[in-house]
Design a protein around this ligand. Structure first.
Ligand code: TXA
Ligand code: MG
Length: 318
């Protein structure tokens, strides 16, 4: 017999009556609703203030569920699912007729992922429908990596935030679509391109709006703090140009010269990219509370997760 906690039962009950629950995943918290309920899905878009042209990711707990959602599961998609699920990979596959158009923004494909979080996997096993879950933040704001971040955004509006602790990976899943059976990365994320290539060989990357018309959510401005944020190469020079400003620095590691600014936040003292990714959004949330005039972020080395982090920093500074 499996013992389901009171919180999980409550979450399942709320989702079953077409309401929303914020759920933890290993990437960021998601705002979840029943994919087959038009009422629930409309609430997701409304609560996030998200435009309807931006499709949602469907969350599942077992690979068998892909059959209920997609008409085709290409060989390389299966290899990637085997290598990375449960985990931070979203596969974009040709959808079947049962997947509502509202989920996919009218597209003929659906994004599917099996998150790697024990609480959420258990919740999904206790539902008789998959959930759609975009990141639980208002449109263009920083994604939440703690239950408190979600509460700060939606206090009083959301019936339940299922608290699963801090998100261990800290940035969104990597999105991979298939063109003639070949993988194409539509969004850089928590699993690096290098890791994906170790499984399926060379892949192409189309991570921006112009290159990836297939991922309409890839808007330029996104993941942005309220404080004006800059991503710069020469930090000293930039600070000198803004002598009277209250500046917060967001640095990759402690390995740097000293700076005379109001606050310094390190993504990872040792320059570890995984740690930096896991800290990125919480650091941005914290800095946004400091009443700074500006945040100056340091560009990370452009490989592995450094690429994904730089992508988020670029969008935060638009
Ligand atoms: O890590 C994640 O993926 C998190 C957690 C909660 O699972 N979710 C997330 O969802 O980041 P969201 O809605 O914030 O971002 C979803 C992205 C959007 O950029 C959207 O355009 C893209 O996925 N997407 C969804 N369905 C798609 C499809 N059929 N084709 C192309 N892109 C799709
Ligand atoms: Mg998002």
């Amino acid at each position: 017999m499996t013992i389901v906690s009171k919180d999980l039962l409550k979450a399942a009950e709320i989702l079953s009556k077409e309401e929303l629950v914020a759920i933890p995943t290993e990437t960021v918290y998601g705002l979840a609703g029943n994919i087959y309920s038009e009422t629930a899905i409309k609430k997701i878009f409304e609560m996030k203030n998200r435009p309807f042209f931006n499709p949602l990711i469907v969350h599942i707990h077992s690979v068998e569920q892909v059959e209920d959602l997609a008409v085709d599961f290409p060989e390389k998609a299966q290899e990637l699912a085997k290598a990375f699920w449960p985990g931070s990979l979203t596969l974009v596959l040709k959808k079947n007729d049962k997947v509502p158009d509202l989920i996919t923004a009218g597209k003929d494909t659906v994004g599917i992922r099996m998150p790697n979080h024990s609480l959420t996997l258990e919740l999904l096993r206790n539902l008789d429908f998959p959930v759609a879950a975009p990141s639980a933040n208002p449109f263009t704001h920083i994604s939440p990596t703690t239950a408190q971040h979600v509460k700060n955004y939606f206090d009083g509006k959301l019936e339940m935030v299922l608290d699963g602790g801090n998100c261990t990976n800290g940035i969104e899943s990597t999105i991979v679509g298939f063109e003639n059976g070949e993988p194409v990365v539509y969004r850089l994320g928590s699993i690096s391109v290098e890791e994906i290539e170790r499984v399926v060989g060379k892949v192409s990357v189309r991570n921006n709006k112009e290159q990836a018309p297939n991922a309409p959510g890839m808007l330029e401005k996104h993941y942005a703090p309220r404080t004006k944020t800059y991503l710069v190469q020469d930090i000293s020079a930039f600070i000198k140009q803004h002598p009277d400003k209250k500046i917060g620095l967001l640095l990759h590691s402690t390995d740097h010269e000293s700076f005379d600014v109001s606050s310094i936040t390190y993504l990872s003292k040792t320059g570890n990219l995984k740690e930096a990714a896991s800290r990125l959004y919480s650091a941005m949330h914290e800095m946004d509370q400091l009443d700074l005039d500006m945040i100056i972020a340091q560009r990370l080395p452009d490989y592995d997760l450094g690429k994904s982090i730089n992508d988020r920093l670029e969008r935060a500074t638009k």
